[in-house]
Every structure is written in structure tokens, then in C-alpha cells.
Write a protein that binds this ligand. Structure first.
Ligand code: AMP
Ligand code: ZN
Length: 137
């Protein structure tokens, strides 16, 4: 996609600071890092979101994520690491080219995800799961 910023990074048309590259994925530093060592792992082909990932890309991106997470752990010894991955504007996606964030985390580092847990009754969870099982491919 000619106007996609991550395609431009993959194609070398704009600069990036790379950590790892293989046939299917590219890991590079997030210019808006939350903490030092904040890395994005993107798929190389222009796939907008998780719904467009085939099995090979899905496997590759998580393999790279796990590998880079180990490097983040070794290099920065953070207190934790958050994987964050957004699909769609409502979920917080701003770059429509599949990527996931590896964010080194520290107590009181200011990163927040509000999590309004509802704790529904078991019957509701059963109904929710049945709805998913009915369409799972
Ligand atoms: P999101 O789509 O919400 O997962 O966020 C996209 C992320 O991409 C943000 O954290 C940005 O800081 C980051 N970003 C946007 N443009 C660039 C770029 N040219 N190089 C590195 N990171 C970028
Ligand atoms: Zn793209």
C-alpha cells in the first residue's frame, strides 16, 4: 500500500530503527515509545489487522514477538512486559498495518488500560462461548 507508513518502513522508503528482520516480519523501535526498549513487531505484507493473518503470518509474528521479548527482558530487565495489539480505531489502532507492541513495564510507569470487568453469570459465559463455537472455522 503506497500510503501506508509501515509498508514504507518495510520497503526502506522511510527510516526505521530495526531490531530484527526475517522473511515475514520486521521488528523496529516505536518512535513514540512508552519506555526504552518499546518495540513494534509488524508483518511485512500489507495486512490491515488480525483478521487478515493467515496461519504462517500469525505464527511468524508471534515467534518474532517471543524472541524479541526475550531480548527485551535480557537487555532491560523490566519489571514486566505488556503485549498490546489493536484492531480497528475503537480498539486504539492508529496504523492500519498489523503490528503488535512489546512494552517494557515498570510499576507506576503511567501506562493504563481501563478494564471494566462485568463478571456475568456462568450462563451468560456459556451463551457467549456457544455463539463463538457456532462460527469458529
Ligand atoms: P497503534 O496503531 O495504536 O498500535 O499504534 C501505532 C504505533 O506506531 C504508535 O505507538 C506510534 O508511535 C508508532 N509509529 C507510527 N509511525 C511510526 C514510525 N514511522 N516509526 C516507528 N513507529 C511509528
Ligand atoms: Zn502497510
Amino acid at each position: 500500500m503506497s500510503d501506508c507508513v509501515f509498508c514504507k518502513i518495510v520497503n526502506g522508503q522511510i527510516p526505521s530503527t530495526k531490531v530484527h528482520e526475517d522473511g515475514l516480519t520486521l521488528a523496529f523501535m516505536d518512535i513514540g515509545e512508552v519506555n526504552p526498549g518499546h518495540v513494534l513487531v509488524a508483518v511485512k505484507p500489507h495486512v490491515e489487522n488480525i483478521f487478515g493473518l493467515d496461519d504462517a503470518l500469525a505464527a511468524a509474528v508471534f515467534q518474532t514477538a517471543a524472541r524479541v521479548a526475550r531480548a527485551v527482558q535480557k537487555a532491560y530487565s523490566p519489571e514486566g512486559v505488556t503485549l498490546y495489539q489493536a484492531n480497528g480505531a475503537a480498539a486504539g489502532q492508529t496504523v492500519n498495518h498489523f503490528h503488535l507492541h512489546l512494552v517494557p513495564r515498570y510499576d507506576k510507569d503511567g501506562m493504563r488500560l481501563t478494564w471494566p470487568a462485568k463478571n456475568p453469570p456462568r450462563e451468560q459465559l456459556e451463551a457467549n462461548a456457544a455463539k463463538l463455537r457456532a462460527v469458529l472455522e
